[in-house]
Design a protein around this ligand. Sequence first.
Ligand SMILES: Cc1cc2nc3c(=O)[nH]c(=O)nc-3n(C[C@H](O)[C@H](O)[C@H](O)COP(=O)(O)OP(=O)(O)OC[C@H]3O[C@@H](n4cnc5c(N)ncnc54)[C@H](O)[C@@H]3O)c2cc1C
Length: 452
Amino acid sequence: MTHDVAIIGGGPAGSAVALRLAELGHQVVLIERSTFPRPHVGICLSHQTVQLLDHLGAGNSFRAAGHWQRRTTLVLWDGVTRQVDNSGFHVDRGLLDHDLLARAVRAGVDLHQPAQLRSISHSAHGHRLTLANGTVLETRFVVDAGGRRPAVPGQRVHDGPPLLALHATWRFAAQPVCDGLIEASESAWLWCARSGPTDVIQSVFVDPRNLQNVSGDRLQELYLRLLARFSLSLLTGTQSSQVEACDASSRHAKLPIDGGMIRVGDAALTVDPLASQGVHLALTSGLQAAAIVNTILKRPASATLAQSFYVNRVASRVALYSAHTGNEYARAAAAHNTKFWIERAATAARLQQPISPPPAPSDYVGLSPALSLTNSAVIEDDFVVKRRVVQHPNLEGCIKYLAGDDLPQLLASLPRIARYERLVACLKQQSPKGALIADWLWHNALLVRLNR
Ligand SMILES: Cc1cc2nc3c(=O)[nH]c(=O)nc-3n(C[C@H](O)[C@H](O)[C@H](O)COP(=O)(O)OP(=O)(O)OC[C@H]3O[C@@H](n4cnc5c(N)ncnc54)[C@H](O)[C@@H]3O)c2cc1C
């Protein structure tokens, strides 16, 4: 059978790219080896991720599914215990991933599930995919959305020391005071995420190089031993699932896009679970990949621009997440001066911090000297095109539109230096969202206080 695009893997990245490409009129086939719903790690989502689900038309079913709403998390990271308000969701990934994949099928995606990819080779049409059941698929483009162990072999670059997660579900004895717990110990960290009225998932993150031959009963023994080292753990409950071990190391693909093949989600880049951003990045890269494949197939003259856009986006994501997680590990290293933390803090980088407190109306402000207006590739109406954009070290990639407004145009019209109230008035004159834009510029340190 012949299709425009074959996608391997039906997690959030694969479903997002499949759904969008089908909506854009492409013939899409998706191959998923597991029967859904299936359990999956990666349950903490932010409100920004729900905005992406809204964009995919999946927001309402997400809200109706009754996922656990996180309000507060107890944090003991740098020697001091704090209760942090960080509202978000602890989701059932079985339900979420099933819903996204069903949406892609309703949009016209041809689904092979459960089906395992046996081999992939070049053909006159582009690629020939052979499935374990003997089915042969011909396709112009391949999307690897196979997750941490990519479906299409390729070199991967390590972005830090290895990390292993040991996790199990627990039924707690008494109601916990928070929806989440995070704690750093001498050479490991703990993450508990409440997943329902009585259940919590307790995960311990360790360096696998310090463990030898751990499986079966010894894995369970090790898990309990590690849990006992944390003061915040919910050990008083009862464990209701077997302990599982899974790789949680950060890596990225050396070639995220290569001719007629693109990698999305974890197959392109796995970030440290400390960031809780894997699903968000899977959906974002899925949406971006759809625009890139759409450009390459419908406007081949822009193929090089589309490819370089994606390569740059993955590279800037790697740099930004390495810096963010490195900074978090450095904070823990200040309290626990051990190899585990010091090694992981090596990717720490000084990010430009927003200056607080926020400016008074009479303060003089101006655009950060680190900000530049330049021509670069962006996605517009599902195609990659070259436009004037805003760049700044705090931004992942560059920005053309902010809340629907042309940001470079807005910024080019601002005075070099002005009182904050005048600058907000200038923005408000040009956009009904002027005050929000001023706030966003300040919080991302694109606007800075200046001396008159
Ligand atoms: C311990 C741990 C905790 C995490 N916690 C969080 C968190 O709290 N929040 C968060 O956002 N992220 C978290 N993550 C990351 C998150 O789980 C992933 O980033 C996310 O699931 C990536 O989505 P994906 O679609 O790229 O891959 P996946 O969700 O892994 O989907 C890949 C799919 O491809 C299928 N597949 C693979 N190979 C083949 C093949 N050859 N043929 C057919 N099908 C195939 C698989 O069956 C699977 O369904 C965590 C990760 C770990 C390891």
